[in-house]
Design a protein around this ligand. Structure first.
Ligand code: NI
Length: 131
């Protein structure tokens, strides 16, 4: 599976964005509010490295509990797959546990994403390939 982006969890979205820009990252997709997950998302890139900044916008967002544990931190690598169900099933056989079932992501052009966790790996994300 091809790497799509690295997800980076932060509390202060705009302040974090400015810091990434100071390091040479450029915004490739302006901030989008994902209502389903209660989060703000911005995509940036530098030298081919794509980073997704994610911050909780609601108390019960999908990352609110995670943020309490890990704070500002990179927390997942997202991989592209032609068949999200098949890839998720294969990962499940390899010890990964579904953390968030496949569901459309407004910040990813409406493509479905899902999240899985592995006891030795932490979290990974899958996104459907395509435009
Ligand atoms: Ni992501």
């Amino acid at each position: 599976m091809k790497i799509h982006h690295l997800g980076y969890l932060v509390k202060k979205h705009d302040k974090a964005l400015k810091e990434f820009e100071k390091l040479g990252f450029e915004v490739t997709q302006d901030t989008v509010f994902d209502e389903y997950r209660g989060i703000d998302i911005t995509f940036l890139a530098k030298e081919g490295y794509v980073i997704e900044i994610v911050s909780p916008k609601e108390k019960d967002s999908v990352v609110s509990e995670l943020f309490k544990k890990i704070g500002n931190s990179p927390y997942h690598i997202c991989y592209e797959t032609d068949d999200i169900e098949k890839s998720a099933a294969e990962l499940s056989q390899n010890g990964y546990v579904m953390w968030e079932e496949p569901h459309e992501a407004v910040a990813m052009g409406g493509k479905r994403v899902c999240f899985l966790v592995h006891p030795f790996m932490g979290m990974i994300e899958l996104v459907e390939a395509g435009e």
